[in-house]
Write a protein that binds this ligand. Structure first.
Ligand code: AP5
Ligand code: MG
Length: 210
């Protein structure tokens, strides 16, 4: 089963991705994580990506599409994969159609008023990538799952979050129609309910697709 996770920044794509990938044995491919790993390692792609991610803008399509196209040729993708954060505009979606077959698009709709607080309060584990919110950490600075150090993403500040939301509205939201027309969209509503509650709904639908 090959899936796409669609949703605004902070909708909970990464949070649901870990759970979905675990349950269905899928490879979790997050273009955001790939760029952050490259930035940390100081690669040429990382240097280029940093100039865009710091501003909340999209990294150029040629670079992003080439990375995903290559990643999907790896042996592990044969068991199925979950694309988190790709595609992010119509060009990327049309390119993806040329080299992949997608079975379903998990779209998380969410009231954008919730997102600024979620993102500015997010802390992420450096080791396993698990996300937390400061309000639930009680001052803890390590990951409950693996003990790794928690950090705040550089793009999780009010100014950059505002830019990321604008990019989502202009470029990514039209993909909901694109995949609705293809008949493969699976719509969910994110809310203040715990991530586990949303996952129960996602699971009920994906169990029938798997
Ligand atoms: P990326 O890393 O993909 O960031 P994003 O889309 O902005 O999404 P986030 O990771 O911020 O949010 P999320 O939906 O994963 O939410 P999460 O689960 O963490 O991309 C970063 C940058 O890379 C882009 O801006 C761009 O520059 C570049 N890039 C990436 N892909 C690209 C592409 N295809 N083309 C070009 N450029 C690209 O949850 C958020 C918070 O909410 C967490 O604190 C979490 O604990 C909490 N939370 C989650 N669910 C719930 C819940 N149900 N209730 C309460 N809190 C919850
Ligand atoms: Mg994410």
């Amino acid at each position: 089963m090959n899936l796409i996770l669609l949703g605004a920044p902070g909708a909970g794509k990464g949070t649901q991705a870990t759970k979905i990938a675990d349950r269905y044995g899928l490879v979790h491919i997050s273009t955001g994580d790939i760029f952050r790993a490259n930035i940390k390692a100081g690669t040429e792609i990382g240097l280029l990506a940093k100039s865009y991610t710091d501003k909340g803008e999209l990294v150029p399509d040629e670079v992003t599409c080439a990375i995903v196209r290559d990643r999907l040729t790896w042996e592990d993708c044969k068991k199925g994969y979950l694309l988190d954060g790709f595609p992010r505009n119509l060009f990327q979606a049309e390119e993806l159609d040329k080299f992949a077959h997608i079975d379903g698009v998990v779209n998380i709709n969410i009231d954008h008023a919730l997102l600024m607080d979620r993102l500015c309060g997010r802390r992420v584990c450096r080791e396993c990538g698990e996300s937390y919110h400061v309000s639930t950490l009680g001052g803890k600075t390590t990951c409950a799952r693996c003990g790794g150090e928690l950090y705040q993403r550089k793009d999780d500040n009010p100014e950059t979050v505002g830019a990321r939301l604008a990019v989502y509205n202009e470029q990514t939201a039209p993909l909901i129609d694109y995949y609705t027309r293809k008949g493969i969209i699976l719509n969910f509503t994110g809310s203040e309910a715990p991530a586990e509650a949303l996952f129960e709904e996602v699971k009920a639908v994906l169990d029938k697709l798997a």
